[in-house]
Design a binder for this molecule. Structure first.
Ligand code: FE2
Length: 402
């Protein structure tokens, strides 16, 4: 179903239920939560996949919105979340909250952002939460545009002369409630922050935030206020690292380090190392040199997302990249990491990735072993074609409590 973000004219049930729950799905405290960032989650039974309904955590959810990218602290078991436009369409309010492993809200912090802007993903460390906000010098980038909304388009509108800002909020120790958290704003030049790979604090207490960054509007289907948008094939996103001193008075962020120069997005890690220093990152890559026959499959693509033709593994220690190329008529969706049974070593396991075969026009699941990354161990040929999609999660059957 076509559903725009933050546009009540494209609600799943007009003016009543906004969410189509079509962005991400996560497992938490015995339930699957299907997410779209302008709405509360939909709860689902993790065994039967039965939809239970919109879920407000037994009345605890303080915000009208809930990010599609909650983070899970592997040490405390908390789910750390936020919502933007948290008091309704076009409001500058951001609500950040932590939920204990048993579903109790332990921390709720209301913030007022200087601009209203789309905040799709964020970063969490032991002591800080950071929200990359794309905004423009005047007005905001990816900010709700009422005129566009009224005409039924996507709510966000992006202007070109913008800049990327980051909001860092201190995070209290697990179980501590009601603190008044300091908030810091940092700014970077015009750019588009993509998905977060991981974040952690280094020995100096600086925030290390790895994410995708593009100089162009990755959401090319949302043109700027003048109606212009980049040509999709010209958009390049790279995995970069911002290092931020949260106590610094300096507001301008230094240029990030480019960790991996390829055109990439949809970064995933071994989630057991989320919020911690980590070594391995897995993501989608577009490398025309790999030999994808775009001329042949182009007419079948049907537009949509930026295209990625391979899955990559970047090693933060060696700086090396391994690439899995699924075939010349194939494109990939987001990978997910599965730990090897009973192994606790970071990155020891498997990559599962949904692959679109544009020759058969059916979808395939390819399984890679991280010990032998460049070839598939198994291919599951699905009898259907799944649409080009976004995010997903792996849930170990042993973690279910039906
Ligand atoms: Fe996303």
């Amino acid at each position: 179903m076509e559903s725009s973000i933050g546009n009540k004219f494209t609600d799943a049930v007009e003016f009543k239920v906004r969410s189509t729950a079509n962005t991400n799905v996560v497992y938490f405290n015995g339930q699957l939560l299907a997410l779209k960032e302008d709405s509360p989650p939909y709860a689902m039974d993790p065994v039967t996949l039965e939809t239970k309904g919109l879920y407000d955590f037994e009345g605890q959810l303080p915000s009208l919105t809930f990010t599609a990218h909650p983070k899970f602290d592997p040490v405390t078991g908390e789910m750390v979340c936020f919502g933007y436009e948290a008091r309704g369409d076009g409001t500058p309010d951001v609500c950040y909250y932590s939920v204990s492993p048993t579903g109790k809200f332990t921390e709720v912090v209301w913030l007022v952002a200087p601009v209203v802007a789309m905040i799709h993903d964020f970063a969490v460390t032991d002591n800080w939460v950071s929200e990359p906000v794309p905004r423009s010098v005047r007005g905001s980038t990816l900010t709700p545009n009422v005129d566009t909304t009224l005409f039924g388009g996507h709510a966000p509108s992006r202007r070109q002369s913008g800049r990327c800002e980051g909001m860092a909020v201190s995070r209290p120790p697990s179980g501590v409630t009601g603190s008044s958290n300091p908030m810091q704003w940092f700014q970077y030049k015009n750019s588009f922050p993509g998905h977060t790979a991981n974040a952690y604090e280094d020995e100096q207490g600086h925030l290390v935030i790895d994410l995708g960054l593009s100089e162009k509007n990755v959401f090319f289907w949302w043109p700027d206020a003048q109606g212009s948008a980049p040509e999709p094939s010209s958009i390049v996103s790279q995995l970069v690292r911002f290092t931020i001193d949260p106590q610094s008075e300096k507001r301008a962020l230094s240029k990030p380090e480019i960790l991996q120069h390829g055109n990439s997005e949809f970064y995933r890690i071994d989630d057991r190392f989320a919020t911690c220093p980590y070594r391995h990152c897995y993501f989608d890559l577009m490398d025309p040199q790999l030999g994808t026959d775009l001329e042949r499959i182009g007419p079948k693509l049907g537009g949509g997302f930026p295209l990625y033709n391979a899955v990559a593994h970047f090693d933060n220690v060696t700086g090396e990249t391994e690439v899995y190329f699924p075939g010349d008529v194939h494109l990939v969706q987001e990978p997910v990491f599965l730990p090897r049974k009973d192994s606790t070593t970071e990155g020891d396991g498997y990559i599962l990735v949904l692959v679109n075969n544009y020759e058969t026009m059916a979808s395939e699941l390819h399984l890679l072993d991280t010990r032998d990354f460049t070839r598939a161990q198994a291919k599951i040929l699905l009898p259907v074609r799944l649409r080009q999609g976004l995010h997903g999660s792996w849930v170990d059957g042993r973690d279910l409590n039906p």
